[in-house]
Design a protein around this ligand. Structure first.
Ligand SMILES: Cc1cc2nc3c(=O)[nH]c(=O)nc-3n(C[C@H](O)[C@H](O)[C@H](O)COP(=O)(O)OP(=O)(O)OC[C@H]3O[C@@H](n4cnc5c(N)ncnc54)[C@H](O)[C@@H]3O)c2cc1C
Length: 412
């Protein structure tokens, strides 16, 4: 049977756009369908960190994946900027996690030691700086009296997430991919003769493979292709100031100055279902903490407060899975879609296109495919840090995810 497309990607958010761009770059015929403006869209409301320090605490595979994604980022950003003509405002000069008081500093130091201890094969990338060392490293920084120091992650960075999304979609289309907006997918069904029929309103499309990347909307779509992966929303609130003179040389985990000069202050982690209200309680708490770190913010005007919902898997770790009952149907879900964009557009797209790797490290899938590959991966090493990742290395690296069960409370 002739398919209209090689792939249909359902959901043009941060994850879908990156994977679609990667697939289009491999010469595949790709259709990406996106939902309505009223959908929950984490891609349009996130903090923009490309973050490694502490990521995947308690989950060494996620930790390694975050390292690898950050390593891929500079080349990925350069390629994306060249293709799209969009300045991503990407910087990778490191990132800070500020500590208030000595106990917090000691606790952070312990935590970072334990985290780095999980990947002895990697050079250390986190340095604990006491207040004096912090001020010597960043001489212009005016810190509140309670700041005892912080951890500095050399591989951390940040990007303008709206520009990132626009660039991904622009590069995707430049590579020949088709994007149809306001075209919510209602149904995915096996097509007679193979492949899938995807329904969006009154339109029908056919493709050999389908990838569900609809963020929280994946809860509706994945069961249609036999993927039983429940997602939960987690609310994050953010405050935004007016544009300010440079005051923060590198991004920090709860405060970052954008390329435009605005300062983002965040972030809450709230289990409130699908409620995207912004609250005064959260605004007060976030502002108070930010003022403890950067007292110069006291005079800044707040121009906006927003909230958005994170796409949280059961254990907080990414899930990359192919359906056991409907091979050719995939899903990709994560709550660090900015950080992992380089991986999604590169090795993941390549892996999916290479033919059905058992990439999920969720233990909730009904049955995993390609058991032999999983078994062979028991002692998998993560791939070396090269910009062009080797597919075989990535395969076994990702397969290794399948062997772990993770403590939800420890996932970063
Ligand atoms: C407050 C906050 C701060 C964050 N900060 C960071 C950060 O600093 N760094 C980082 O790496 N990550 C961060 N994230 C996470 C990041 O934004 C998400 O991981 C990422 O956006 C998830 O991408 P996604 O494509 O899965 O979902 P989304 O980006 O939400 O996109 C889903 C898309 O699917 C579409 N859709 C839904 N249903 C359908 C349907 N039925 N048919 C077709 N399309 C559909 C929607 O319209 C939407 O366009 C943050 C998230 C939040 C909420």
């Amino acid at each position: 049977m002739t398919q209209d497309y090689d792939y249909i990607v359902a959901g043009a958010g941060m994850v879908g756009s990156a994977i679609a761009m990667g697939l289009a770059g491999r010469g595949r015929r790709v259709l990406m369908l996106d939902g309505a403006d009223t959908d929950f869209r984490a891609a349009k409301a996130n903090f923009g960190l490309v973050w490694v320090q502490g990521k995947g605490y308690g989950n060494v595979h996620y930790q390694r994946l975050s390292h690898e994604a950050a390593t891929l980022w500079p080349a990925f950003a350069a390629e994306l900027q060249r293709e799209s003509g969009i300045d991503l405002q990407y910087e990778s000069r490191g990132g800070l996690h500020f500590c208030l008081g000595e106990a917090e500093w000691e606790d952070r130091a312990r935590r970072m030691r334990a985290w780095e201890g999980n990947t002895p094969e990697r050079p250390s990338c986190v340095e604990m700086l006491d207040r004096g060392a912090l001020l010597r490293r960043f001489p212009g920084l005016r810190l509140g009296d309670d700041v005892s120091g912080g951890s500095f992650g050399a591989t951390d960075g940040h990007v303008n997430p709206l520009r990132l999304l626009a660039a991904l979609q622009s590069a995707y289309q430049g590579r020949g991919g088709r994007l149809v907006s306001q075209h919510r997918v209602d149904a995915i069904a096996p097509a007679p003769g193979g492949g899938f029929t995807v329904s969006a309103g009154k339109d029908r499309y056919r493709a050999g493979r389908v990838i569900v990347t609809a963020g929280l909307g994946s809860n509706d779509l994945n069961p249609m292709v036999g993927l039983d992966i429940r997602l939960r929303p987690q609310r994050g609130q953010v405050l935004v100031t007016e544009r300010l003179a440079p005051m923060l040389p590198v991004p920090a985990s709860g405060v970052r100055q954008t390329g435009d000069g605005t300062v983002l202050v965040g972030l809450t982690q709230e289990e409130v279902g699908y409620d995207i209200t912004t609250t005064a309680v959260a605004a007060t708490r976030m502002a108070r903490k930010a003022l403890c770190v950067l007292p110069d913010l006291a005079g800044a005007r707040l121009v906006r407060q927003w909230s958005c919902l994170r796409v949280m898997t059961q254990d907080g770790c990414p899930v990359y899975a192919e359906s056991a009952t409907q091979p050719g149907a995939w899903t990709a879900l994560c709550h660090s879609g900015v950080t992992l964009a380089s991986f999604h557009a590169g090795p993941l797209a390549q892996a999916i296109d290479g033919g059905g790797l058992p990439l999920s490290f969720s233990d909730r899938l009904p049955r995993r495919r390609a058991g032999a590959a999983i078994a062979a991966a028991a002692g998998a090493q993560h791939p070396s840090s090269t910009a062009t990742a080797d597919l075989a290395a990535w395969s076994s690296f990702l397969d290794a995810f399948n062997h772990e069960r993770f403590d939800v409370s420890q996932a970063a």
